[in-house]
Design a protein around this ligand. Structure first.
Ligand code: EPZ
Length: 432
């Protein structure tokens, strides 16, 4: 099993270029099959989830041509099946976007029901509620969601819970649904807006993305286009918190600073210095500055992102004072705190609230990455912790972070991917 070994006690510094947003690229790749013409996508992150989804659309007949590691050409003209195999859903939940794309394009779909994951049960009832509002019959049979969109018509749906996935999935189908559809209480994440912009560049008529309500006037067909995916706000925030975790000085480049406002606000709250430029942000900790506690509640955008919760949680473990985190999006996103406790953190969890009392310093340990964000966050705090730390289950991290160890080494980290005790001993000898 592949692991990262880290020799901690390093102050990270330098520049890191941020890649395309995974959570925009996944639905955009899926929506690209909705036209029979060719779509050219730029700034696609080279991460495992994207590569699995490209395999999934190819498995139903889409033509996929990787121009280079960040550029892909897709055509949905040769789609010959509306049934998605379980192996793809098992690997990535975002395969459920194929429901929205296929129901819009071929008016039927058979997609495995996604399972839960380490951060929650992850139901898709709101996706189904949205599809039903468009006149689509949905049935759960043999572990699959079977959708029949022969009676497709514009409709209105209010999402009880703000859901990124449900908003995007139903928006895709509505783009090719006769009549006007109105989606209310929608997600406003940058990646929701990016998908709407992409669909509009294919000829869709979508208005209001980024606000509470989205209005879609259906069109008969979508045409090809060339599109560039937005930068990844979560990848950027992860490296910004790495500056705090190691009391370093990191500039993230190729970002949209507006998407980072909640992250910047919390970094300033705990005592970091932040300089914001046109398309880059510098985060640093002044010499002798002690980082201090804060309270944070995760919320849908523009609130503090749940995908940044482990990153701030790991840093608060070494911030002076008592901090509280309220996780209001997912029901089980504190598992990483058990790993942090193994490094000497003082934390307790009551329901959706974690209380973290900052300690002077953590100690190295062998720890587990329970999900990609927790894995990345634990690596960053390990880099700021003197001694050798081993992080296991790093496949999670590779799902959403391109060249993670390489980018960290570029900032001065002493980190290596290993998969044997021998490799570990060699690393320790080389970095004694
Ligand atoms: C997306 O997941 C992201 N994944 C997640 O990022 C992110 O944490 C999440 O949005 C919230 O921002 C992708 O974009 C691929 P939701 P999604 O539907 O769409 C409940 C990462 O690290 N809900 O907004 O599945 C749900 O249980 C991943 O990149 C329902 O109850 O999240 C949760 O409590 C982790 N019924 C809340 O809504 C539904 O039908 C928000 O979930 C759908 C969701």
């Amino acid at each position: 099993m592949k692991q990262y070994i880290i020799k901690g006690g390093t102050r990270l510094s330098g520049e890191v270029e941020i890649g395309g947003a995974k959570n925009a690229a996944l639905p955009i790749i899926t929506a690209a099959i909705m036209t029979d013409e060719t779509v050219l996508l730029n700034n696609i992150p080279d991460v495992n989830d994207v590569n699995v989804l490209l395999d999934a659309i190819a498995s139903i007949g889409a033509r996929v041509q990787r121009v280079d590691r960040h550029t892909v050409r897709i055509s949905g003209k040769s789609i010959n099946s509306s049934k998605v195999e379980y192996e793809y859903m098992r690997k990535i939940r975002a395969s459920y976007y194929l429901l929205g794309a296929l129901l819009g394009k071929v008016k039927k779909a058979e997609v495995p029901l996604p399972g839960g994951c380490n951060i929650g049960s992850r139901p898709i009832d709101l996706h189904l509620k949205g599809f039903n509002a468009l006149g689509i019959d949905t049935e759960i049979k043999g572990g699959d969601v079977i959708g029949d969109a022969r009676a497709l018509e514009g409709g209105r749906v209010y999402f009880d819970t703000v859901s990124v996935g449900a908003t995007i999935n139903v928006m895709m189908t509505a783009a090719l649904t006769d009549g006007v559809s109105v989606l209310e209480n929608v997600a406003k994440e940058p990646h929701v807006v990016d998908v709407a912009n992409f669909l509009n560049s294919m000829g869709a008529k979508i208005r209001g993305a980024g606000t509470d309500n989205i209005r879609i006037t259906g069109v008969k067909r979508l045409h090809g286009c060339e599109y560039s995916v937005i930068p990844d706000q979560i990848e950027a925030g992860t490296y910004m918190f790495a500056a705090a975790a190691t009391k370093g000085d990191i500039t993230v480049t190729n970002v949209i600073t507006k998407h980072l406002e909640a992250t910047i606000s919390k970094l300033v709250d705990i005592g970091c210095s932040v300089d914001v430029f046109d398309d880059s942000v510098r985060v640093y900790v002044k010499e002798g500055k002690e980082l201090t506690s804060t309270h944070v509640k995760t919320l849908p955008y523009p609130g503090f992102p749940t995908d940044m919760q482990p990153q701030i949680g790991c840093v608060l473990a070494v911030c002076k004072g008592v901090s509280q985190i309220k996780e209001s999006v997912f029901e089980n996103r504190f598992k990483y705190l058990d790993e942090l406790k193994r490094m000497g953190a003082t934390v307790s969890v009551e329901g959706q609230v974690a209380t973290i009392e900052g300690v002077e310093k953590l100690s190295p340990a062998t720890i587990n990455a329970h999900d990609l964000r927790a894995g990345a966050a634990l690596c960053c705090i390990a880099i700021g912790t003197s001694g050798y730390t081993i992080v296991e289950d790093i496949e999670y991290i590779k799902r959403g972070y391109e060249r993670f160890d390489e980018k960290l080494r570029g900032l001065g980290a002493i980190i290596k991917e290993v998969d044997s005790e021998r490799d570990i001993q060699k690393f320790k000898l080389r970095n004694a």
